[in-house]
Design a protein around this ligand. Structure first.
Ligand code: FUB
Length: 336
């Protein structure tokens, strides 16, 4: 196939979460912007302040920009860095679910609500109690139960959260974890045989504003051993960019491997896991980050992702692209 082109060229956009609502395709991306902040492994250069929503009637047709649908200045709990969002619909409402740093510089996950898939979205005053880290992905299963997958290493702070029997801060009673600021930055567990840190999953309440029980670690197992993937297995371990979809009765959990720059996937028979690693979806793109979503639209399946082609390789100025994917008879994913 011809090399995919950026779908949106008047803005920089990244981390595309694509959904089909009422027969139309909507993209909920990060809105990258130019800043003087130098590249670092903590991700300070990704200093985004608002979200736009984009829509398409057909996969090769024009992309409509609905304008700014939510700004950091309108969300009381947010200090900065509106990173990769997702969206979902339930009970006739549309929910924009997004991570940002709170007033103490800790990444949390918040919700904003609208009657329309293109917003504008009215933010809740506070973040989801017990939420932490980045890259929320909401999955509403066939039985209408909503699940929130989240987590990201290094700048995403997943490694900063530790179990504590006491001294849990108000608002974190749900997760029972404390934030250890000394672990901020490019750190994660290491050493042969040490299990990798895994993403978190929690079932959401029907109004999408709370967890119904504490989020738990989602297991990703190596197929050859049935054991959790190890922390030093950088080509397969979870880093960030969680996504969940269902195909042919199986649950597909996909994610970025971060510093090895792959998009990979694992499958399981329950939305809560465990999942068994299956393989790669996309090889490294131009730019450090790689992030995606997978959606069925008009009978075909698509991978939305980003790279830095439009900015000539500037790492924090990314652009959304799309490629068709197919499943083989064994349910393995291939680029079309
Ligand atoms: O866009 C900021 C961060 O970069 C996202 O949260 C990560 O997934 C990576 O794409």
């Amino acid at each position: 196939m011809a090399a995919p082109k950026p779908l949106i060229t008047h803005l920089y956009t990244a981390d595309p979460s694509a959904h089909v609502f009422n027969g139309k395709l909507y993209i909920y991306p990060s809105h990258d912007r130019e800043t003087d902040i130098q590249f670092n492994d903590n991700g300070d250069q990704y200093d985004m302040t608002d979200y736009h929503v984009f829509s398409m009637d057909s996969i090769d047709g024009p992309v409509a920009d609905s304008g700014v649908v939510l700004s950091a200045k309108d969300v009381p709990w947010v200090s900065k860095q509106m990173w990769a969002p997702d969206a979902a619909t339930k009970n006739g409402k549309y929910y924009l679910v997004f991570p940002a740093r709170d007033q103490e510089g800790i990444f949390r996950i918040g919700v904003a609500v609208s009657d329309s898939p293109t917003g504008p979205f009215a933010p809740e005053k506070n973040y989801i109690p017990g939420s932490y880290s980045i890259d929320p992905a909401v999955f509403v299963d066939e039985d209408e139960k909503p699940y929130l997958y989240f987590g990201g290493l290094w700048g995403g702070q997943l490694q900063c959260w530790e179990k504590s029997e006491s001294e849990v801060k108000e608002g974190d009673e749900m997760n029972g974890l404390v934030f250890n600021a000394s672990k901020s930055g490019p750190q994660e567990p290491s050493g042969a045989g040490v299990p990798a840190l895994c993403p978190r999953v929690g079932q959401l309440s029907d109004d999408m504003l709370n967890f119904v029980s504490p989020p738990q670690e989602l297991q990703i197992l190596a197929p050859e051993t049935g054991e959790p993937i190890a922390a030093d297995d950088h080509e397969r371990r979870f880093f960030e960019a969680a996504w969940m979809h269902r195909y042919n009765g199986q649950y597909y959990f996909s994610y970025s491997t971060g510093d090895s720059h792959y998009l990979v996937y694992a499958t399981g028979s329950s939305p809560m896991g465990p999942f068994t690693y299956q393989g790669r979806i996309l090889e490294p793109v131009l730019g450090w980050t790689t992030h995606h979503s997978i959606v069925e639209f008009k009978g075909k399946w698509y991978l939305f992702y980003h790279d830095c082609e439009l900015s000539g390789g500037v790492d924090h100025l990314r652009s959304v692209k799309v490629r068709e994917i197919v499943y083989d008879a064994e349910g393995k994913i291939h680029l079309a």
